[in-house]
Write a protein of this length. Structure first.
Length: 159
């Protein structure tokens, strides 16, 4: 019988990551990345950056990608795996919270590009919105999306 891994087990799996690779033609065309290198981070690295964001501050996936690229001397951080690993970190944090742990990764402070809330986080937009508002952020609707108003002013830059 095969058991399903917990989110925390998925967070701990590195599978040979991080690794830095050359940006190929297909990748360059898809992301407009040009040439250079891309770092594919380990899930724990993404979680580690997310954990550093203090109350009242936010970070975007793009800032996490930039921090990872600097850390590994790469041109860019992989947008796909960074987003997936942020989702895993959020689910792992919620799993820990449901077991009664108080100190969890504050995943609700990690936004998508442009300050957009992430509908895939535990509890969806509603929970992320409530948590951000409780920390003093103003969340507004822009079209079909919810964003943190003036999120740039609240960006956490020490990663």
């Amino acid at each position: 019988m095969k058991f399903k891994k917990s989110w925390r087990e998925k967070l701990e799996e590195s599978k040979g990551l991080p690794k830095v690779e050359e940006i190929g033609a297909k990748m360059s065309k898809r992301w407009g990345a040009g040439t250079g290198t891309v770092v594919i981070p380990a899930p724990k690295e993404v979680d580690e950056i997310m954990k550093k964001v203090p109350k009242g501050k936010v970070i975007t996936i793009n800032e996490i990608r930039s921090a990872l690229a600097r850390r590994h001397s790469a041109t860019i951080g992989c947008p796909i795996t960074t987003g997936i690993f942020a989702h895993i970190a959020a689910q792992a944090a919620e799993e820990a919270a449901q077991e009664g742990r108080r100190r969890i990764t504050p995943y609700w402070r990690t936004l998508k590009t442009g300050g957009v809330l992430n509908e895939k986080y535990p509890g969806g937009i509603a929970r992320q919105r409530r948590r951000l508002q409780s920390e003093g952020h103003k969340v507004v609707k822009k079209g079909k999306r919810y964003v943190v108003q003036d999120y740039e002013r609240a960006l956490f830059k020490r990663v």
